[in-house]
Design a protein around this ligand. Structure first.
Ligand code: SF4
Ligand code: SF4
Length: 256
């Protein structure tokens, strides 16, 4: 989590990410509401979109297509495409685009769609003509389902998150093994967490499960070579087999 503090300056000054940055274009791209699952009832976060390859490369390619067009329209301009790859206030920028609002769960929400969305930013030195806008008002109203449902208390209050308590961090980026208390809080999800999105009425769509993952015992027997072959190009590779296995070990005693 030191990363957040370390890059504060860059987040507040995008021209340090791209010289002469004049405009930031935000694109939203939906991900499936289908939850990648094991046949024995365990799952991972939806954004992994298994068995598809890691979203970073797929989305960067999409962003680059538009970035190339901007460079053609504005000869001499420079662009940089970001997909979780640079310290940038991506949700705030999406909010400024007026197509949605930031919910009490800190997610960017488009009212008619929900929050299962990837965000892509294109920084450009081109001075794109923009209409004056006013950001969308928050539409959570008196709802507080996400705060009540968060199993770790990471959503301490509306619009605020203690990321060090969030299961999305603890089960992916956190280098140590999670403890058994965290394992209990994880329920049956061993990579990431969708709970504060699942309970949100703006994501009120039927969300099926798709059995695209091996049974939980197979994960514990899997070799690194097998993992690399099956998941090496997916979002799961970000955590790696050792971390995933330790997550499973932590949640298993509580999930029977
Ligand atoms: S992702 Fe899970 S742990 Fe993190 S804030 Fe949302 S509900 Fe809480
Ligand atoms: S669950 Fe309710 S409070 Fe939380 S983001 Fe969705 S609408 Fe807002």
């Amino acid at each position: 989590m030191l990363w957040l503090a370390k890059h504060r300056d860059l987040r507040e000054h995008p021209h340090k990410l791209l010289e002469n940055c004049r405009t930031i274009v935000t694109l939203v791209y939906p991900y499936s509401a289908i939850k990648p699952s094991t046949p024995d009832g365990f799952s991972v976060a939806r954004y992994t979109e298994l068995p598809k390859t890691d979203y970073h490369n797929r989305l960067r390619r999409l962003g680059k297509d538009l970035a190339e067009s901007i460079k053609k329209w504005y000869p001499g301009s420079k662009t940089r495409v970001c997909v979780d790859s640079a310290p940038i206030l991506e949700r705030s920028l999406a909010y400024a685009s007026i197509s949605g609002f930031i919910g009490k769960n800190n997610m960017f929400i488009i009212p008619d769609y929900g929050s299962y969305l990837f965000l892509i930013e294109i920084l450009t030195s081109a001075d794109l003509p923009l209409l004056p806008t006013s950001p969308m008002k928050n539409k959570c109203g008196s709802c507080s389902r996400c705060i009540e449902a968060c199993p770790t208390g990471a959503l301490e209050r509306p619009f605020s998150i203690d990321a060090s308590k969030c299961l999305s961090y603890l089960t992916i980026e956190y280098k140590e093994e999670v403890d058994s208390i965290t394992g209990e809080q994880m329920g049956k999800c061993f990579f990431g967490c969708d709970i504060c999105q699942e309970v949100c009425p703006f994501n009120d769509r039927k969300s099926a499960k798709e059995f695209v993952l091996p049974q939980i015992d197979e994960w514990l027997r899997m070799t690194t070579e097998e993992f690399d072959m099956q998941f090496g190009r997916t979002a799961l590779a970000r955590a790696g087999l050792k971390k995933i296995r330790s997550n499973i070990q932590a949640l298993r005693p509580h999930s029977r």
